[in-house]
Design a binder for this molecule. Sequence first.
Ligand code: SF4
Length: 235
Amino acid sequence: MSALRLVEDRLFVSEVFASVQGEGMLTGVPSVFVRTSACNLRCRWCDTPETSWSPEGVVRTVADVLAEVLAHDTIRHVVLTGGEPLLGKGMPALARALHAEGRHLTVETAGTLVRDLPVDLWSLSPKLSGSVPDDPRWGPRHDRMRLRPDVLRHYVATGRYQLKLVVGHPNELPEVDALVAEVGAAPERVLLMPEGLTAGRLDEVAEWLVPAAMARGARFCDRLHIRLFGHTRGT
Ligand code: SF4
């Protein structure tokens, strides 16, 4: 890839920061996060509304973002997140450049778009029916677009995935089971994560979600960043 191409590509970036991964199979691993702004969905409980409901950010060149990530030279893991990071026009260039630099790449995606990128871990977070907002404009649109089993199967077939499902009520568990079966995810790569932005709420959901995960051979997935830092940006 030429330097010129890098300079030409752009990303709408909400934030770039270093922290520990707070969710999923790599929980606790030091990582640099690139959070792009803009999303094709509008979850009722979205924890980053600044990238979806009210997108904020700065248009930056891929070269600029790349330099900021690589400046953290002791951190080998990079998490591309959003919003929906796969919407970013400059994302292929960024992912390929980071891969060429030997970084481990995780992409956090709702799994509604197929992109061919050199990714080490596709972190798929499809949205259950409880995510549909009570919003006359976005509710029906979100509900139509939130689930693409064909796209999820595409990523599951790579073998480099985790299926991370945000669950807020026990009545969502049959939907979880149906989705896992439909996309053919291995139980040990299924993570059930409590919906919640406070430690108290996470504990409340964990009371029934931990046994539900155990009964399915799935993982319970806590939200370490909420427990360490609360619900704040840059963590
Ligand atoms: S997919 Fe993610 S960023 Fe988009 S609205 Fe849902 S929670 Fe927010």
